[in-house]
Design a protein around this ligand. Structure first.
Ligand code: GLN
Length: 252
């Protein structure tokens, strides 16, 4: 499964979140420690962030491995944001290979990253397409785009970030099942779903980071990770992170 992270807190440089951590997304793209499906995440990457006084996020993505993009490495230390979603991709067989299938997906003020796999994507697409918002990022040939379209339809209909994500996810999983984690943002909060794949969080630099894997240095065996402040979110959960607060969880 792909690897992703979200940040909510004081403005923080993209470099500090994505490239610099010893076991951050850059390292996870070629040497994830806890990935149960797939071995590397080299089929593209993306970063979405919010700039001051601009409700819609900025989104940067490429179809290439993150370590091959010297341009991203040069801009990342100069851009800081209080709300960020980033992902490195391991493409599911049968999905588009181009940049348009790399997370995060965006529409309006929303961002969404999806890590996982749907067992019957084409069946779900036939059954649910008419319930998905017909926005550009929902038209790409990847299961994540269908999930995004379903979530956008709910958000546009007035659902909160967490409610819309949870309801889109349960509708999708009702068609054939699957396993996933998702991370969504609207610039003021971060929400996500955990279902069959792990997601971790930690207080860092005055904010909260949520990630597929702890990104600090190895402190010893895996069960030492709690000592560095990481906690695993419970399975089958929807969670919301608001400024200054720890994740609030509810059953999916
Ligand atoms: N199915 C999604 C894709 O193809 C996510 C894949 C993953 O989590 N490895 O991009």
């Amino acid at each position: 499964m792909c690897r992703h992270l979200a940040w909510l807190g004081p403005p923080r440089a993209l470099d500090d979140l994505v490239l610099a951590p010893e076991h951050g997304l850059l390292t996870q793209s070629w040497a994830p420690r806890r990935q149960r499906h797939g071995t590397v995440n080299v089929d593209g990457f993306g970063v979405g962030w919010y700039a001051a006084a601009r409700p819609a996020p900025v989104r940067y993505r490429r179809a290439q491995p993150i370590w091959t993009d010297a341009s991203f490495a040069s801009l990342a230390p100069t851009v800081a944001s209080s709300c960020v979603v980033a992902a490195v991709r391991s493409a599911t067989v049968g999905t588009s290979a181009d940049e348009s299938a790399a997370a995060p997906f965006t529409e309006g003020r929303w961002l969404l990253s999806h890590n996982g796999r749907l067992e019957d994507w084409s069946g779900a697409r036939k059954a649910l397409r008419e319930h998905a918002a017909d926005v550009p990022d929902a038209r790409t040939g990847v299961d994540s785009a269908l999930l995004f379209g379903l979530a956008v339809a709910r958000w546009q209909g007035g659902a909160s970030l967490g409610e819309g994500l949870a309801s889109a996810t349960t509708d999708l999983l009702a068609h054939g099942g699957g396993r996933l984690t998702t991370l969504a943002a609207d610039g003021e909060s971060v929400a996500g779903v955990v279902c069959g794949e792990p997601l971790w969080w930690r207080r860092e630099a005055g904010g909260v980071v949520v990630a597929s894997e702890p990104h600090g240095p190895d402190t010893g065996p895996d069960d030492d990770l709690d000592e560095s402040g990481w906690r695993e979110l419970p399975d089958r959960t929807v969670f919301v992170v608001r400024p200054g607060a720890e994740p609030e969880t509810a059953p999916l």
